[in-house]
Design a protein around this ligand. Sequence first.
Ligand code: NAP
Ligand code: COA
Length: 273
Amino acid sequence: MSMTFDFSGQNVFVVGGTSGINFGIAQGFARWGAKVMVASRSQKKVDAAVETLKELGAKASGVAFDVRDYAAVEAGFETVRDFFGGEIDNLVSGAAGNVPGRLVDLSPNAVKAMVEIDLMGTFHVMRAAYPHLKKPGASVVNISAPQAFAAMSHQSPVCAAKAGVDMVTKSLALEWGAEGVRINSISPGPIDGTEGMVRLAPTDQIREAIVKSVPIKRFGTPDDIAKAAGFLCSDAGSYVSGVVLPVDGGWGVSGASVVMTAAAGFMDKLTQK
Ligand code: NAP
Ligand code: COA
């Protein structure tokens, strides 16, 4: 990745930032000179991510919490001032869980887990982060998904939760704007090599169908998403607030729903449903 942005002197917190897309975002900010904190459930994953961020030359730290537990999230945010020595310039919130399945095949607890991580987790992170955001000047990015606008079979909890995430983004753009805090969602398309894609595209056949359905004919990378986050958090995005930005090679307008529904039918065959 070339040095596209300058975030030196800025404090960046990435929740759910220890693997996949969000870790790619954390690495982007580390390369662009920011001080970076990451959080997720597993202390082991937090430690490994921090190590990598330090290897990139960043001052980095981390904290373990489950976004479903508000008290733990609040306690986690209490540690940011100690490390940063100041407020958060840029917050990225992207913890999520996805168990694909028809609603009638998912247990109520599986549905609850997805909604609580994706939607309640976003509420918790926004609420706990607010006192620690730089005002004016902070930028917040929530990580959404095409499920928020394209209904998908075998994805009803994630569709509902991510649609909710985007309305949290838009509502808070109204509540926080006057204090100089911008907030936006990024909606990544299919991003190769991630846990999300392992779960949603488990075979070569599904992967090929996905690539065919993306107008620019390739999977995305975590770096593609990092650069969009860099744009939204940089001065280049200074008048952007309350938007949901698809970063998906045009997938959303080309039928993300259609291809994923076909993939879901194929998954049914794999699981003999
Ligand atoms: P991932 O590697 O599984 O990333 C999820 C991150 O969230 C991990 O750091 C995980 O770490 C953390 N996490 C999960 N549950 C948590 C909880 N309850 N509390 C705190 N942290 C939690 O998956 P990914 O595929 O890169 O997805 C990242 C984001 O991009 C998600 O918001 C997803 O919906 C979105 N997205 C992904 C794709 C894609 O193609 N992959 C497409 C569109 C949108 P721990 O296990 O340590 O908790
Ligand atoms: N198929 C069907 N049900 C499943 C499942 C699977 N593959 N994985 C979990 N579940 C069910 C469990 O059986 C449980 O329901 P039950 O109590 O009725 O048996 C429920 O989901 C919660 O599972 P549990 O393992 O206790 O939850 P958790 O809180 O430890 O983990 C998940 C949350 C389920 C979302 C887990 O998949 C996860 O940690 N995901 C994070 C990574 C991820 O999904 N990345 C992609 C992001 S898009």
